[in-house]
Design a protein around this ligand. Structure first.
Ligand code: NAD
Length: 246
């Protein structure tokens, strides 16, 4: 059976659970070799095992440039190439402007923004040599509009959106495409933050489709961007938010 990702080697950060794990499962079912990377090692090993032989797990803290170099080197040694990188790892914290510490702010920027920068740099080194590749940076609706109490998260996700466009222009001549994805409210462990501050219901009330999304509804969009079906898309923003930003 032919799949939409036959022969492709795809690295997904934050792959131990939530959207990353579901993307791994979908991509493997479409013929990809999938490498899940995360800091949650037990969950990541289990996620790779449940996907089957097409998937493996590697430890990667996205804030660590040396770990990025080791992981990408290992993937190329094992599989010969890296066709796609999904920069999906992220954290979501409530950070009201007047009470957020500098350390909290920097931690969110470090994971959500610097992690994406380091990932693009590490993977693009190989993609430029291959003269092909697709990088998908998971931003958020919080990369398109503000949200009271989330200045650090907003800052990181807006920056990912901007950096995506610069990287797309820079890498286009090497056959490497870079796009950002902007999910709305997706049913993953991350939603606990909205529950903790008691705003989930009021946020859902503002979604025209009237519900949160399943992770597979984002994964299908990311699949399109990883695949050659999106061959003419680069530097673009792809929104999957149930109409939230319409
Ligand atoms: P999640 O919390 O289930 O998954 C995030 C994953 O990132 C976890 O497995 C976590 O261990 C990993 N991670 C955190 N820090 C890391 C680090 N330093 N190095 C490596 N991995 C690390 O949440 P999710 O919803 O699956 O989130 C995936 C992406 O989608 C994130 O970038 C998030 O900001 C974005 N997003 C989520 C929503 C939502 O409603 N769930 C909405 C918009 C955007």
């Amino acid at each position: 059976m032919s799949g939409r990702l036959d022969g492709k080697v795809v690295l997904i950060t934050g792959g131990s659970r939530g959207q990353g794990a579901v993307e791994g499962e979908l991509f493997a079912s479409e013929g990809a070799t999938v490498v899940l990377a995360d800091v949650l090692d037990d969950e990541g090993e289990a996620a790779a095992k449940s996907i089957g032989p097409a998937a493996s797990y590697l430890h990667l803290d996205v804030t660590d440039a040396e770990q990025w170099a080791m992981v990408t080197k290992e993937i190329v040694a094992d599989h010969g190439r890296i066709d796609a990188l999904v920069n999906n790892a992220g954290i979501f914290h409530f950070t009201p402007l007047l009470s957020t510490t500098e350390a909290e702010f920097r931690r969110i920027i470090d994971i959500n923004l610097v992690g994406v920068f380091l990932g693009m740099q590490a993977a693009a080194r190989y993609m430029v040599e291959q003269k092909s590749g697709s990088i998908v940076n998971i931003s958020s609706v919080a990369g398109l509009t503000g949200a009271a109490g989330f200045s650090a998260y907003n800052a990181s996700k807006f920056a990912v959106r901007g950096m995506t466009k610069s990287a797309a222009r820079e890498l286009a001549g090497f056959g490497v495409r870079v796009n950002s994805v902007h999910p709305g409210i997706i049913d993953t462990p991350m939603l606990k933050t909205l529950d903790d501050i008691g705003v989930r219901d009021s946020v859902v009330d503002r979604i025209p489709l009237g519900r949160v999304a399943l992770p597979i509804e984002v994964a299908r969009l990311v699949l399109f961007l990883v695949s050659d079906e999106s061959s003419y898309s680069t530097g673009s923003e792809f929104i999957v938010d149930g109409g939230m930003t319409s």
